[in-house]
Design a protein around this ligand. Structure first.
Ligand code: CMP
Length: 141
């Protein structure tokens, strides 16, 4: 089944000038980029995006990190996109991520882990609508 997922290149990815390398990998893995933009979250918008983690001890640090610089959210489309993208990015903690995954290759730690990927169809739908209006989503099915 063709699916869409939300990816975010996080502020550490942007700061390290890795946007091009990560996008190249995403495309090489067969994902179609349906929409893409650069945004700067503030503590309110970053907090809202990660509201599901509000009770976690790392929440405030995460919000502070995600609002520390520009991010590049994008909508990716592919067969089984959600699960496949999570395989390509690897485990949250790069130390535990498989060899060759994006986080293993480029991330410094569990918080500054280069890229986000939606974890389920409902979250993907919510996260895509968080960053993109229907008008911005090119119909490409
Ligand atoms: P992401 O895939 O964006 O989803 C939630 C984010 O919270 C995760 O990537 C990390 O950036 C961060 N995160 C998850 N677990 C931890 C942790 N134990 N310590 C710090 N940050 C974390």
């Amino acid at each position: 089944m063709i699916q869409r997922t939300l990816a975010i290149l996080k502020p550490d990815c942007v700061r390290k000038n890795l946007i091009g390398k990560v996008i190249k990998r995403i495309e090489a893995e067969g994902f179609k980029i349906i929409a893409l933009k650069m945004v700067k979250l503030n503590s309110k918008t970053a907090g809202e995006f990660y509201t599901v983690h509000k009770q976690r001890p790392f929440y405030y640090d995460l919000v502070s990190f995600m609002s520390s610089g520009n991010c590049v959210p994008m909508v990716l489309e592919k067969e089984n996109a959600i699960e496949d993208f999570r395989k390509v990015i690897g485990a949250t903690d790069p130390a535990k991520a498989d060899e060759g995954t994006i986080r293993k290759m480029y991330a410094d730690g569990k918080e500054q882990n280069i890229v986000h990927g939606s974890d389920a169809p409902e979250t993907a739908a919510y996260e895509i609508s968080f960053f993109f209006s229907t008008r911005e989503l090119v119909e490409n099915l």
